[in-house]
Ligand binder design. Sequence first.
Ligand SMILES: NC(=O)c1ccc[n+]([C@@H]2O[C@H](COP(=O)([O-])OP(=O)(O)OC[C@H]3O[C@@H](n4cnc5c(N)ncnc54)[C@H](O)[C@@H]3O)[C@@H](O)[C@H]2O)c1
Length: 255
Amino acid sequence: MNFQNQVVVVTGSSSGIGAETARCLRSQGAKVIGIDRHPPALTLDAFVQADLSEVATIDAAVAQLPVRIDHLCNVAGVPGTADGATVARVNYLGLRHLTQRVLGRMPAGGSVVNVASILGHEWPQRAAMHKALAACESFDAGLAWLAQNPVAHDTCYQYFKEALIVWSTLQSQRWFLDRGIRMNCVAPGPVMTPILGDFAAMLGAERVQRDAHRIKRPALADEVAPVIAFLCSDAARWVSGATVPVDGGMASTYL
Ligand SMILES: NC(=O)c1ccc[n+]([C@@H]2O[C@H](COP(=O)([O-])OP(=O)(O)OC[C@H]3O[C@@H](n4cnc5c(N)ncnc54)[C@H](O)[C@@H]3O)[C@@H](O)[C@H]2O)c1
């Protein structure tokens, strides 16, 4: 993969999968601009400290980005142990808002990669709801829809990862046909990052026990990052609207 002369914005770049994605892309020549609420722990080409749960702070962050952005990797996210409003804002509404704002700075050939989750795999069961939410294009319209259609806290993480997969899938072809910009998701299974323990707490001991035999081990962040980089790369120029599992085969056991 060759990202020479390409600018990539990576959210969640201060930890876990986002940090590893930034490192991976830089090693292939990309100029990486990180966005995170916490300061970075690795060398980046530029960094914008921002809270991605608010329209105003997202807009202020975008104002600091260059006029041309080749790729956007939306990695920042919170687990379901956070409060429901934060999960909705960071994992879905804020991600959409940032993407909509960055889109205008992307040339043809650009791409967006969204980090979803294996926990979003049941989206077909709620496809109509997710399509209705996707149709509320602005952050505030999404908030208003959610006020009318509240999401249970104990499954809100799964709900908004499902919603992200549906929004990405629906949106992708319009942008590809009109602008030549691709959008894809990766859906990791468990990954060894600081929030892995939160996922175990969120799912409960029984579910974790039930799933334990399905995989050899949790992934390392550097087993997810190259797939994100691949989806940004020219090698994936005919891949759009896809959700790629990066889960050591875990999803295959749900059949
Ligand atoms: N770790 C896993 O097992 C796993 C599995 C599937 C999907 N994911 C997804 O992968 C993505 C990355 O998670 P990770 O495991 O690397 O976790 P992590 O906690 O190591 O990294 C998440 C990053 O997002 C940032 N972030 C969170 N809220 C933010 C906000 N409001 N504004 C700006 N930055 C914010 C954090 O500061 C952190 O640097 C998330 O979207 C997560 O849902 C993780």
